[in-house]
Write a protein that binds this ligand. Structure first.
Ligand code: FAD
Length: 403
């Protein structure tokens, strides 16, 4: 039997971040995950925006982790084939396996990694017991359950999942390459839908190392023939759905595999229990379209590791009344509510019918146009003219040059 204060089940974004934080804080911690190196997985591929970066910063590892990412510097905002704004941007592109690898490099001090799978769990208000597939047993004061979408261990604890929106959205990830030119004219671009009937909120193009990565989002069902068409003929299908995108990108191709991922929105139930705290996707999912999954992960982990765990360890026991303080934490509940509301609101703004949602779409369009025009009038050399899409094609500097 191995004894520790904290046992973390799952070394994805939430679990690895928690282990790095607790190791730095000198709290004895064991992180268990079946993969020594995180395998390729289509999940978040960029971290950015002031709010998300501020949330990441609260974990204390953001600066060193983001050194492995590719900063865009500027993001074009476009719709209907027109460039509306060239926003200064701090999107950091990084594939999920590389992101988790960079975070795990920060796991040190009093935290150690065990490459194994947890197959059994028993909790109480004193000590928690885990059994690993190799037969090893771990006794911990607290279990942090960070095993993402997996339901097996949660069921053992009587924790269920309530799906609030089945197949809320489908995400596509692929490499987007210029045809007949060495590079695109932009570092990054967010291109919003041309018609609500296409059920595409937006496509985001952003650099990851020396590639241009595309994340395309749709509000469609998994058996929709459009999804099949996108897999088989991505360029033709994309051009049919967003016919004026090419005005800004020029001719393009899709290289390599297309990753397709439907997402349900769910929240766990029955989680208020002694001895165990759920973080990240293990607690609740959100919609990838809104890009708030990592906000939730960083908020859960920062509140748990900065605020609650140090307080809980300072007194005996790990009863339900202690754990409840984390689920009722106002910072966590506000972030969860914001993320959930955004998932449903974004869907309506993108595809909702009726005058209210049409007005919302136009308001957003005019907002971006207004900000872009203001930036241009203020003399920013990068600012666009709506009627004159850029005609030059610049070579993007390599990630290392921008760092
Ligand atoms: C297609 C897609 C695109 C997304 N895009 C964005 C975006 O742009 N922005 C954003 O903010 N969010 C995005 N998200 C959400 C974000 O990726 C997730 O919220 C986040 O990755 C969840 O991390 P996690 O650590 O909770 O789960 P995971 O990363 O899934 O980690 C779970 C870990 O648990 C381990 N595990 C499972 N069972 C066991 C066991 N029995 N024993 C030990 N270990 C176990 C697994 O091996 C895994 O390492 C996206 C999600 C998807 C699906």
């Amino acid at each position: 039997m191995r004894y520790t204060d904290i046992a973390i089940i799952g070394g994805g974004l939430a679990g690895s971040t928690a282990a790095a934080m607790l190791g730095r804080a000198g709290i004895p911690t064991v992180l268990v995950d079946p993969h020594q190196d995180y395998p390729f997985d289509f999940r978040v591929e960029k971290i950015g925006g002031d709010l998300q970066l501020a949330r990441f910063a609260r974990t204390g590892i953001a600066d060193s982790v983001l050194r492995s990412a590719t900063l865009d510097g500027e993001n074009w905002i476009a719709r209907f084939g027109y460039l509306l704004d060239r926003q200064p941007s701090r999107q950091h592109g990084i594939m999920y396996d590389a992101l988790i690898g960079a975070i795990r490099n920060e796991v040190a001090g009093s935290a150690e990694f065990i490459c194994d799978k947890v197959v059994n769990i028993a909790t109480s208000s004193e000590r928690q017991k885990l059994v690993l597939s190799g037969g090893e047993e771990i006794s911990a004061r607290l279990v942090v359950l960070a095993n993402g979408l997996n339901v097996g261990l949660r069921r053992m604890l009587g924790i269920e999942r309530l799906i609030t929106s089945h197949c809320h959205s489908i995400s596509f990830g692929f490499d987007f390459v210029p045809v007949g030119r060495p590079a695109f004219p932009f570092a990054a671009m967010t291109y919003f839908s041309e018609r609500p009937s296409d059920r595409i909120p937006y496509i985001t193009l952003f650099p990851v190392e020396n590639r241009m990565r595309a994340n395309l989002f749709t509000y469609r069902q998994a058996d929709d023939p459009w999804v099949r068409a996108m897999r088989r003929n991505p360029v033709e299908t994309l051009n049919a759905a967003l016919p004026r995108l090419r005005r800004l990108t020029g001719e393009f191709d899709v290289a390599g595999d297309i990753k397709i991922r439907p997402a349900d929105i769910y929240v766990s139930t029955g989680y208020r229990q002694a001895g165990v705290a759920l973080v990240g996707d293990a607690f609740a999912s959100t919609c990838p379209v809104t890009g708030t999954g990592t906000d939730k992960v960083f908020t859960d982990v920062a509140q748990l590791c900065n605020v609650h765990i140090p307080a809980w360890l300072s007194t005996d026991g790990m009863g339900e009344e202690k754990i409840t303080a984390y689920y009722d934490d106002p910072v966590k509940t506000a972030c969860d509510a914001w993320s959930n509301a955004k998932a449903f609101n974004f869907r309506e703004v993108s595809i909702g019918s009726g005058p209210y949602w049409q007005a919302q779409r136009w308001a957003r369009f005019l907002g971006y146009l207004g900000r872009g025009t203001l930036r241009r009038l203020q003399g920013s050399p990068a600012a666009p003219s709506m009627t004159q899409p850029a005609t030059h094609f610049r070579q993007r500097p390599h990630a290392a040059d921008r760092a």
